[in-house]
Each structure stands twice: as C-alpha cells, then as structure tokens.
Write a protein that binds this ligand. Structure first.
Ligand SMILES: [Zn+2]
Length: 120
C-alpha cells in the first residue's frame, strides 16, 4: 500500500465524520519506540488540522495500516470538529467501534507488535 492509497483510505474512513481534507498523512514514518502511530494536532489560518504518522513496521501490511490509520483518525475527528482531544476515553472508544472491522484491525496490530516486542 503506497502513500497515495493510504491517503485515500484516510479520506474514505474520515468522510462520514469530519472534513477528510483536514487530516494529512505524513511522508515520514515513525520509527522509534513502541508507538504504531501518532496523531498531531495543529491550527493554521484559524482552521484545525491533524497529521497522522504511522510506524514503518506497520506500513508493510495493508490490514495493519488500515487498523492503525482508523485509530489515529479517531483521535483527529474531535479535534477538527470541536478543538478538543479526548485521548482514549469512552467517547474515543465509541468512535473507534463505530467501525468494528477497523477497530478489530487496530487491536490486532497492537497485539501483534506487542507479541513481536515480547520475543525480541
Ligand atoms: Zn491512540
């Protein structure tokens, strides 16, 4: 899955919830620590945006990419909509599980890389 496909996936997943153009995918992979993805929030010309970065190890597998992207999109939505972030709160969990298939992929990615780390 290349950068263009990942950007299109973000657009598709975010579309029903918020302005998908406000969510950008970084060209740079995240390659330190145990994080599989991050969502960074910023404001430009009075408009709110979010940038998503995913770990290089995630980027190798399409199903994991989709799971991690959806997780990060769920962080971006409240910021873009209201200027607030809600961490991994119950509101976040409800948003995440509004697409159960992708929520499961997100959990699977965490589980899988947690397992790999445990054996390294
Ligand atoms: Zn998170």
């Amino acid at each position: 899955m290349n950068y263009m496909d990942m950007t299109m996936t973000i657009q598709e997943l975010a579309q029903p919830y918020t302005d998908p153009d406000a969510i950008k995918l970084s060209h740079y992979f995240l390659d330190n620590g145990k994080l599989l993805g991050v969502c960074e929030f910023y404001t430009e010309d009075g408009l709110r945006y979010a940038t998503i970065r995913i770990a290089g190890k995630v980027a190798r597998t399409e199903v994991l990419i989709k799971g991690v992207l959806w997780h990060e999109i769920c962080h971006a939505i409240p910021w873009i909509e209201s200027g607030h972030t809600d961490g991994h709160s119950s509101a976040f969990q409800r948003r995440l599980w509004s697409r159960p298939r992708y929520a499961l992929l997100s959990l699977f990615a965490e589980f899988w890389f947690g397992l790999l780390d445990a054996f390294n």
